[in-house]
Design a protein. Sequence first.
Length: 192
Amino acid sequence: MKQKPVWSIVIYTDEAQWRKPVADQFYYGFSSAQQKQYFHFDVIKVNRENSSELIKKHSLLCKLLALKANDDGTSPEMLVSEIYQAVAQMKDQLTADQLLLITQWVDFYKKVPKPVLKKIKQEVNMEFVETTISEHIYNQGLAFGLAKGKAEGLLEGQLAALDSLHQQGMLSKAQRNAMAAPLRQQLKKLKK
């Protein structure tokens, strides 16, 4: 079997200013032959990076991280516009879940007024991306229901969307169960 190298990276997106650097290794084991064994990784503190440099990268992840980086001297509107232009070009390759996450990530960046954000989305034809998990779940359920051709298909699709969001780590088990309970009750009534 071929061995492939693994590049271990830890990315911190918090806004805290560190007083001292974080270690780039930790001690995880001990063997008689090798003594102490360490695991090494690269540490990236995003708010030490420059937004204007990250936004130039061809990686969508780098563009999104630009919103958490040091944006001094950078136009917040330009950052958001660049992100949505990149997303619009990749829209056919991205799932609805990914589009929802991107929208929510950008929405957490509070430096662009809502009317300006709406205008940017319209310019790149991104204004119809769901903005809430509830809206996403409803739309996923609607698509499933139409494809299945049954009234209960809508509810089954919504339950499937909740399960998918839970599996992807976007919803906790408790959140999924709380949102699924009323849907299951409605489905049970329909099937009687």
